[in-house]
Design a protein around this ligand. Structure first.
Ligand code: GKR
Ligand code: MG
Length: 425
């Protein structure tokens, strides 16, 4: 494709900017969120001056790979996403970026490549949309829904970071706290579905929290995700005890074999963003029956078109499709919405951390109303970079001193004996 492209359609420059934004102390099996979450903002500029946007992880190892790959895009036709992937693969040969936080499975070179390609592909689709006056969902095959439902993503949390000011959400360290948080989320955003991040307390405490949610908000389906913190025996027990209360149970235990063993007896579907996180994991997961729902995430599945391919495969094998989230800003939210709009097989409301982020790098973030985001029809992603906010959040990145996500290390500053909960109960 590159051969025939006019100069104006060629990529001139790629800028990768790390940013840090304030994040509340949210607990998970790995520890607790640090005071700032990191992201990398990608700007791809063409000869005619169009700018396409992408957003991805901000950890130092990933940032290094992005910066190593970025110059390889120069001269490429903005429509040539496959050519981009070939060039990026050549740049990254021999490199590996361990995703050390341990919440999305083990790292591998092909996963690293998928992660690096993704924000460039999103930015190129943003460009292609602007260039053709079409929204990104149209380039992914067209929208099949007008609004994307999201789930309220509930977390155990302190009311503030150690030594900091209260963040306004209050503490949530027991069922009452979780129910109060759910009510606030539902009041503010109209969510019609709830997800509780578990793997933090004893399983019985988390069972009690799910039951409290069901009692307080009986019309709202609930999912529980302990990030593989439970043994097989615990997973079987929780699945049995919450038989009538969970829409799906996400990653109760590690590995595709472990998940298959739980799935064989669980009364509800099992979902994952940990044991099937790359195409190479699908054959075994299908053969074993490890999961009934896969959480798509364009940030690590290799971009939006790769995620559409994943959606098609889930459809073929009768696996449900939901969507995974990490702490993110408005470019990622827009990309998630376009993907969800164009994925016919999406069968559950998507996850999002959006309510937890007070800052953004886009001028007008897409908003969640009645639990859903209206699918935008503006050209490209439909969001505009706020240059001043980008500069401010980049300065915050430089000032905060955090260069990689380390939930465990951060919790250890308060609880020195804390150990990551991997199949601990
Ligand atoms: O933000 O703490 C968190 C989550 O635990 C996140 O890191 C996970 O990747 O949301 C994710 C999940 O569903 O496992
Ligand atoms: Mg999960």
């Amino acid at each position: 494709a590159s051969g025939r492209a006019a100069r104006g359609d060629r990529i001139d420059e790629v800028v990768v900017t790390p940013v840090a934004f304030a994040d509340p102390p949210l607990f998970n099996a790995a520890g607790v969120h640090q005071p700032y979450a990191l992201r990398s903002i990608v700007q791809v500029r063409t000869g005619s001056g169009l700018i396409g946007l992408g957003e991805t992880y901000g950890d130092a190892a990933h940032l290094d790979l992005l910066r190593r790959a970025a110059p390889a895009l120069r001269g490429l036709d903005l429509f040539d996403a496959n050519g981009m992937a070939v060039r990026v693969a050549a740049e990254l040969r021999g490199a590996e970026a361990p995703d050390a936080h341990g919440l999305t499975g083990a790292s591998s070179p092909s996963k690293s490549l998928a992660r690096v390609v993704s924000p460039f592909e999103v930015a190129m689709l943003d460009l292609a949309g602007q260039r053709t006056d079409r929204p990104v969902h149209a380039l992914l095959g067209g929208r099949v829904r007008d609004a994307i439902p999201f789930a309220a993503y509930l977390f155990y949390k302190w009311d503030r970071h150690p030594g900091g000011e209260p963040d306004g959400w209050g503490a949530a360290l027991d069922p009452d706290g979780i129910v109060a948080q759910a009510r606030t989320m539902v009041d503010r955003y109209g969510f019609r579905s709830l997800k509780l991040k578990g793997g933090v307390f004893e399983p019985d405490a988390e069972i009690a929290a799910v039951r409290a949610l069901r009692a307080a908000l009986p019309d709202l389906p609930v999912r529980l995700d302990p990030n593989a913190a439970w043994t097989l025996a615990t997973s079987h027990r929780v699945a049995r005890e919450l038989a009538d209360d969970l829409q799906y149970l996400e990653d109760p235990t590690p590995g595709r074999y472990g998940m298959a063993a739980v799935a064989a007896r669980a009364p509800m579907p099992l979902a994952t963003n940990m044991c099937v996180v790359a195409f190479e994991h699908l054959p075994e997961a299908v053969r074993l029956g490890s999961v009934q729902v896969i959480l798509a995430d364009h940030h690590y599945w290799g971009g939006l078109r790769a995620s559409i391919r994943l959606a098609a495969m889930c459809d073929v094998f009768g696996i449900g499709l939901s969507m995974h989230s990490n702490s993110h800003l408005g470019i990622s939210l827009a990309a998630m919405v376009h993907l969800a709009a164009a994925a016919p097989a999406l069968s559950y409301p998507c996850d999002t951390h959006a309510p937890w982020a007070v800052d953004d790098v886009v001028t007008t973030p897409l908003s969640i109303v009645d639990g859903s985001v209206a699918v935008p029809d503006a050209p490209g992603l439909g969001v505009t970079l706020d240059e001043a906010a980008l500069a401010r959040l980049h300065q915050q990145y430089l000032d905060c001193g955090i260069t990689r996500r380390d939930d465990a290390g951060y919790l250890r500053t308060v609880q020195p004996d804390f150990r990551k909960r991997v199949a601990a109960w």
